[in-house]
Write a protein that binds this ligand. Structure first.
Ligand code: CUA
Length: 195
C-alpha cells in the first residue's frame, strides 16, 4: 500500500509527504474526532436525563409571568413568615436589578428557609459566611436552609451576571433577637426596622 503511494509521486523531494497520505491521515482524524464528539454528546444527554439534572436546589417549577397574580410569590406573601414549628420561611423574588423585598428580618438561632424565584433572567443569591449560595432561575423555585447564630446584618449580593445593573443588585438580611422578631408584623419585617 505504502509502496504504491510512493510510486505515484516519485519526484517529491525529501521531507514532503505525498498528498494521498496527508488526505488519508486527515480523514482518519476527522472520523476519530466525529466519533469522540458523538460519544460525548451521548454521555452528556444520557447523564442529564438519567441523573435528572436541573437548576439548584429542587425541581419545583413556577410560572414566571404570573408570579404577582397568584400563588406563593404574590407581593403580600413576600418576606419572612413564621412556621408552626418555630422556624421561618423567607420568600423573595429576584428581578433586574433588585431583590423584592429589598431587606428581610429574620430571627437569630432558628432555622431559616429561603425560597426564591426570578421574574426575568438568571440571578444568583449568596449570603457570605453562610452555606447560602444558589442560582435563581426563572420558572424554578430555589430553596436553601440556613441558621444565623448571631444577631447582625448580612449583605446579599446577586452573584450571577444578569445585565448592566448587575453590580448594583443586592439586598440585605437583618438578623435580630428572637423576641424582637416575634413582636414585628410582616410589613415591619420587610422594612428592616432596627428594634
Ligand atoms: Cu441579578 Cu446579577
Amino acid at each position: 500500500m505504502t509502496e504504491t503511494t510512493f510510486q505515484t509521486s516519485p519526484e517529491l523531494p525529501d521531507g514532503v509527504i505525498p498528498e494521498e497520505i496527508v488526505e488519508r491521515t486527515e480523514s482518519r482524524w476527522l472520523r476519530f474526532m466525529l466519533a469522540m464528539l458523538a460519544i460525548m454528546m451521548v454521555v452528556i444527554v444520557s447523564t442529564s436525563i438519567m441523573g435528572s439534572l436541573h437548576p439548584p436546589s429542587n425541581v419545583e417549577v413556577v410560572d414566571p409571568v404570573r408570579l404577582h397574580q397568584s400563588g406563593e410569590f404574590v407581593e403580600s406573601n413576600l418576606g419572612t413568615a413564621m412556621e408552626p414549628d418555630g422556624s421561618v420561611t423567607v420568600r423573595l423574588i429576584a428581578v433586574q436589578y433588585e431583590f423584592v423585598p429589598h431587606c428581610v428580618v429574620v430571627p437569630a438561632g432558628v432555622p431559616v428557609k429561603f425560597r426564591l424565584t426570578s421574574a426575568d433572567v438568571v440571578h444568583g443569591f449568596i449570603l457570605p459566611d453562610t452555606n447560602v449560595n444558589t442560582m435563581v432561575a426563572p420558572a424554578f423555585v430555589s430553596e436553601v436552609t440556613t441558621q444565623f447564630p448571631k444577631v447582625g446584618e448580612y449583605v446579599m449580593p446577586c452573584h450571577e451576571f444578569c445585565g448592566l445593573g448587575h453590580h448594583a443588585m443586592w439586598s440585605h438580611v437583618s438578623v435580630q433577637p428572637k423576641e424582637a422578631f416575634a413582636g414585628q408584623d410582616l410589613a415591619t419585617r420587610r422594612r428592616c426596622a432596627r428594634s
